[in-house]
Design a protein around this ligand. Sequence first.
Ligand SMILES: *Cc1c(COP(=O)(O)O)cnc(C)c1O
Length: 515
Amino acid sequence: MSMNTQGRPTGTGSAAAAATGSSLLPDEPLLFEIGDTEHSGVDLPEVTVGDDFLGGFRRETPLDLPGLTEPEAMRHYVRLSRLNYSIDSGMYPLGSCTMKHNPRLNEKLARLPGFADIHPLQPVSTVQGALAMMDELAHWLMTLTNTAAVALTPKAGAHGEMCGMMAIRAAHAARGQGHRNVVLVPESAHGTNPATAAFLGYAVRAIPARADGTVDAEAVKAALDPDVAAIMLTNPNTCGLFEPQIIDIARAVHEAGAYFYCDGANFNAIMGVVRPGDLGIDAMHINLHKTFSTPHGGGGPGAGPVVLSAALAPFAPVPFVRKGEGPLALVEHAEGHHLGRITAFNGQMGMYVRALTYMLSHGGDGLAQAARDAVLNANYVKARLGQVFSVPFAAAGPCMHEALFDDSFLEGTGVTTLDFAKALIDEGFHPMTMYFPLVVHGAMLVEPTESESRQTLDQFCDVMLDLAKDARAGNAPRFTSAPTRAPRRRLDETRAARQPRLKWERPDPLPQAAE
Ligand SMILES: *Cc1c(COP(=O)(O)O)cnc(C)c1O
């Protein structure tokens, strides 16, 4: 197929356009730009019902939808998919995101008609298997964390944070402690933690990091007062380090009458090895789309269940599955302090099935093995790259599931962390997380996960070391001009976020119906 200058395919039979010399990945036009009202992928019978059938509401103008043949539609989406980098096409070492392989078995089970084809308003007597699946998932999550309850419905980690913090707020209110309006958040926290606290109306009090990258129990104690409602702490933290004083911190927080919210997005490092409930946490979200291998949606379906301690269990949102004598019940209206609903219906069923499939296929010992392998892989990367890349908090010893570097090894090269990440794109790898956590300068956070083989890790490390050598040899232009082999060069990401073009308008509008 040939392209005209707008990248619009010229239809079959039209005069041949000049060759453009474009690559196999030309700009892909919108469906609306390639489709027209003459084509269709299906043959539909002529409409035989008369006008009176529609009571005078028959449409006068053409339906402004793009018509395409089946190969045109298929090629459009396949081409778009080739513009994406995904975990299915290569290593995705994005720190803090746990981009692990999504086993196809999970997908197969999520598509079983008994899970995929049911409706949330069906009578519960007809969906007992789905409720049993939810109950089993809840059991696994509570067992892995040693907690008393779990709210399955939050649809992302950040949503889980909100749910857990709402339970904490409700628990304080029930004890006559509703005046508590401060949440402690360590400096290394993910941005969603202070955002959640602020969203719920709390003032955020920052806790500085120690020189070794961990949180100081003494600093927490100094910040605790009768106004503090909770601490939000990530463990392992976003520097990839296990918080050694976490039990001390939990005790001090409880003695001050506050609750301990743990950000569990990094649970992949410790699942099956450490139970957060044993450390004294009261609430923790678990990103099923990280730890339990369900796909990360681009703002689409994730799932962030929140486990709750006995103290917070009475404040869990509805709905939840109740097991007793006879059939399983879905409790949708509960007495007492329950939060009410935080999502429509019952949460992300497909993600529940995928996560439970992953758990059952690994078993408890397999999950612990996955966590250990994730930690081993991160330390392998840290050991190989650490010979050239600068390692902050080296005194803290081995890392957990992610390896953190800063940009001091690039000093004087004219190459920034951003340039380095862009050059990695040209080498076929998705970049690591950049500039996060904020507590180190020019952070590069690499999380290989347990999915990657030794060969892939070596390939990645070889490329990283080669790039570092080249940067230090004075070849800054390779970095500052990168990426040169990606479908897009450097984008104005701020403008894309602030002024997104969400609407396509037809250049030559169709005739409008009279106003
Ligand atoms: C990913 C992540 C979150 C937020 O989870 P979402 O599902 O993206 O909302 C929160 N905290 C940490 C440490 C994370 O890595």
